[in-house]
Design a protein around this ligand. Sequence first.
Ligand code: SF4
Length: 476
Amino acid sequence: MAIRKENNRRISEVEKDSIADDLGIVPGDILLSIDGEEVRDIFDYRTRLMTEALTVTFRLHDGSLFEAEIEKEEDDQLGLSFEEPLLDTCSSCRNKCIFCFIDQMPKGLRPSLYFKDDDLRMSFLTGNYVTLTNLSDDEFERLLRYRLSPMNVSVHATPPEVRKRMMNNRFAGGILERLRRITEAGISLNCQIVLCPGINDGEVLEKTLQDLSGLGENLLSVAVVPVGITRFREENHLPELKLFDSLTASAVLDQVNRWQKYFMKARGERIFFAADEFFLKAGRPVPGPYWYEGFPQLENGVGLISEHRRQMRRGLAARRRRNVSISTKTTDKKPRIMVISGIDAGPYMNSFADQLSVLYNINLEVRPVVNHFFGETITVTGLLTGQDIIRAFEEDKAEGKTPPDVIMLPDCTLKADEDIFLDDMTLEDLKNRLKRPVLISPASGEGYLKTLDEYTGIFNKSGQRTSPIRGKRINE
Ligand code: SF4
């Protein structure tokens, strides 16, 4: 146990010319203690550094101990990074939520996909949402004392019995009290509600929103997101859940809208937001960027389309301004680019296809791809797999459609730090199977345009035109 704990504090990097560098500390050395006391986690470490004099003990990589007496300015850092960013083992979740996406995945995927983290400390480092169900009162109060802000909490429902039932955890009921403690401690709070029709919508949602509305100024935002259901629920012995349809999605939008009006009156901001999927399902237009008030809940799929559209419009206008003399009549063969999207985003992405084709002198088509891997009810782009893309490509070929010259994919379909899809297919495998170049673009609107700039060579990174101008200037 002691060795495992020490390993959590193994140094991965030492900043050049930092205090630790001056002391001769190198990657592989271990931070043992500060002022004779073991460091509990990253927050303990940061807090205990806020002093002008301290004694730090290291175990060097040759096994010897090294004690350093340090005098510094109060806010000076040591310049250390650690292999384990928390300096402690990440806490896993103790719930068994009825809507958990991880429980709805097929067996046999890479192990890291099945890890259910639920660590408030990690939430500060990565912005994850946590349930607060695996913290003792003492641990919760300790973390409050660091006054780190904001906290991101998965609420789902404030009525205790509903929350306990949804999370299959008898300790999940006291969330409202903990949320009050957070906001009363002066800590900002973002909340998330995963909405399951017939379980926590309707009256339960009303009560939840009402309770949250009483949390005061430190409540920054609340996202209401619809449950996602894969085709593995039955196989994985999970209870049946319903999906939202246009009627129930409209009801949620109306309900959220009523609370937004309340907040607009009381605070001049909306605070409660419904995810994009509700608008798409209800067949209602996605609001403009002003509505999202700085997009505090983008990670929850709230305002993704609006923000993407804002960047596209702005980026297109800037490129058109610099492109005054482009000729659209050219005899060059235009490359055919197929942009892959999920079913939900397909119509939206397609709304720019003609403009992009003209601007870049290409034939751009959007190919919405059905998610057969997780099931057809999963319609977001980020959950598409390599297999789904190959299947769509082969279906098109079987129908006699001419294959595109290039495929373009948003990077949200790949693991953040590795070119691998959710079904473990590598990007290299995909390219080999499709026998086509595959362009990976950032998922943002600006990233999409920059990828096309670079591919076509028409604009450089700053949006300036670089290719020879076809056509001629008038009045020359
Ligand atoms: S908190 Fe619930 S949804 Fe999140 S990982 Fe745990 S079981 Fe899954």
